[in-house]
Structures are given as C-alpha cells and as structure tokens.
Design a protein around this ligand. Sequence first.
Ligand SMILES: Cc1ncc(COP(=O)(O)O)c(C=O)c1O
Length: 419
Amino acid sequence: MTDSHDRHSLPVFGGSSPVEDDLKTESTWGASTRCVWAGEVPAPPAGATVLPVFLGVTFAHDDLDEWRAVGLGERPGYIYSRTSNPTVELFERKVAALEGAESAVAFASGMAAISGTMYALLEPGSRVVSIRDTYGGTNRLFAQYLPHWDVEVALRETSDHEAIEAAIDDGCDLLHLESPTNPTLKVLDLRRLAARAHEVGAVVVVDNTFATPINQRPLELGADLVIHSATKFLGGHSDALGGVVAGSKDEISEIFAYREIHGASMNPHAAFLLARGLKTLELRVQRQNDNAMAVASFLAEHPAVESVFYPGLPTHPLHDVAAAQMSGFGGVLSFILRGESNRVRQFLDSLRLAHKAASLGSVSTLVGPPATTSHVELSPRQLAAAGIPESLIRYAVGIENADDLIADLSVALEGLEPA
Ligand SMILES: Cc1ncc(COP(=O)(O)O)c(C=O)c1O
C-alpha cells in the first residue's frame, strides 16, 4: 500500500522537481499554459515531447531496498499500475493544476470517481445531502446503493436553496452538488451552500463536469473536492472514458487508498487520450461557450420553441448567480419544442450537424431527448414531477461554427408540421 506518500512525485525520469514547487509555479500560469505544460515530466525517454502510454502493468526496481522504500511510500516510484502509472499521473497533475488543487486521483469513469469518493469518505450512519437533479447514475447511487450500506441520503429540490440549507442543518457529513445541472441547467449558489455545509463540518463535493475548470472553479468557491466525468469536456473527443477527483493532499490520499482496493483505476491508454484532449481544453470550451450562447439566443427567439434553459440567458432564474461564479456558461443547453411531443422525432431526424447520441462535451454536437435517453427509466408521471417534459431536447454543442449549427437548427424547425 502506498497511501501515505505524495501522490504525484514525478519519480521516473531525470530532473524531477518537488510537486509543491511545481504547483506554485503552475498556479501563476494561464489556463491554456496549464493545460499544455502542467504535470509534464522534465525528461521523458528518448527526448520525447509527448509522454508515452505506459502500458506496462509492473515496474522493476534496482534492488530490494529500493522496491521496499517505494512500497512504503518513502521514495517516489511505481510498483503496479492499479496503484499508480506515469501516464495516468500526467493526467491527474494537469487536472489538479486546472482546478487549483493540491492533488488529484483518476478513475476508470466519472461514476467510478463519484462512487469511489462516496465509499472512501462515508461510513454506516453517515448522512449525505444533495439535490434531486444530479446525474442519473449519481441519483441511482443515492437512491439504491448508499442506503443499502446504511448511509442516509436527503435529496432536496434543486432550485430551493432554503430547503437544501435546512437539510444541511439537520445533519450532513457530505454535501454533493452539481451546477449547472442535467438536463435543465439549473444553477446552485456554490459559495452559499458550501459555507453552510462547513458550519456543520461536512465535506463539500462538487461535480464540475458541465462547467469545466475553465468556466468554474469550485475549490475557490469553498468546495473541498471537485469531480469530473473526464469522458465529457476534459477529454473532449468522445473516445475515452475516465473520471477524476481533485482536492487537498489529505483527502485525495484517502480516496487514492480506496481506489487501490476498489480497483477502478484509469486505463493508461485512456489517460493518454484524456491528457492530450486536455491540451486544447480552454480553446474548445471557449468555442463551446460562444456556440451555446449563440444557439440559445437563436432558439429563445424562435416561434417553434416554447422555452430555453441556459444559464447564460438573462432570463435564466439564477443568471446572476451563474454570472458571479462562472466565467463562461458552458456548452450544454436544453429547450422545449412547442406542440405535441411527437414533433421531437421529426425535428431530431432533420438535424444534419448533430449525432443523436448520449454524452456531452465532445468536439461534435450531440443531441437527444432526456425522456428517452438519460431519464428513459422514468414513467411519464415521474418525468413530469422531475420537470422533464417529453418534448425537452438537450443540445450539447461541439466546436463547429455557430452559423452552421444555427442554420441546421433553423432548417429543422422550419420543417416541422404546424403545432
Ligand atoms: C454530470 C455528470 N457526472 C457524472 C457522469 C458519469 O460519468 P461517466 O459516464 O464518465 O461515468 C456524467 C455522465 O454523463 C455526468 O453527466
């Protein structure tokens, strides 16, 4: 077990520098400089300018003393890739730098990161407070699995900050938040809720998948841990699954120790793709922010559209909170078509520049109706209770040109049968 040593110690290649010094330097860089340079090892083999995929599962040692010292965490190094791997660590270091965290630990998927965090930090009798609109997988964890381990979960209406605060006051070991939420882009005041949770000694976890560290940095708003489905914007190309948690060295060490035993470590090949994707994160996200804003503004004016959900629109109920805690409003929006829900099918079939597919944060636009995708298991009544009408469409913009996306949407809307 190696849970006591510094998580990221750049041990393998010559010229390694202490992580704390690196973190200090990296914190002075702009986002894209961090994306490109953070965590890069000083001297990869053969002068490579891109760290290779370290597919080897096991790492050799010069002698038993060194091997033992690495095993005890007294010396930097690697033993076995379920515990740590240089390519995975590169990805972890970049995310830590982007979120302004001391450390980060990567998992096989976003769900592995979320459940790994919960199982590492909670124990029977713990109480979690969260919101109704978490990602569906997280919601299942709350509804089905955590109660099985005698963890109480209190879920409150997402738009009701007073109700969330009251639930925190009733006892809270871990507050789990998402903002903006899926699929109706609700916004939570992260600073306000984190402060309240800290009054009762809770750990505050924020799933920052929708916002990305380019648009929102929860640790600066008071969160203790920030989680991503790296599968989405961080990787950005829909070709690698991954998850990551960033935070203080102590908390990440605990989660790291659990990951070693739970076994849901990130695959080095995925880490390579995700670290490569990260290098263009700021460029992609800025483009996606612009595209989503342009599309949301277009849809908000269109007579075939009943309503649009996007935190960047001044009509969003918590636009002011979003503007205060985000530097961009993200690449996901949703909207309701006027008229019967069967128009959704016709509309989606007419789009030329969008995959009808799950997920978000990719270079290509992804579109789908939550009622038949992420929320397919809900009955019409449950859908209505969750505020997800059958004609709600989630539109996750890619990096295409906004004019082309708008033209594509325009053709599909004009072609609809009259409502
Ligand atoms: C906000 C959010 N968190 C977590 C996840 C789970 O991530 P993964 O699919 O990588 O397990 C998703 C997936 O859609 C998500 O949207």
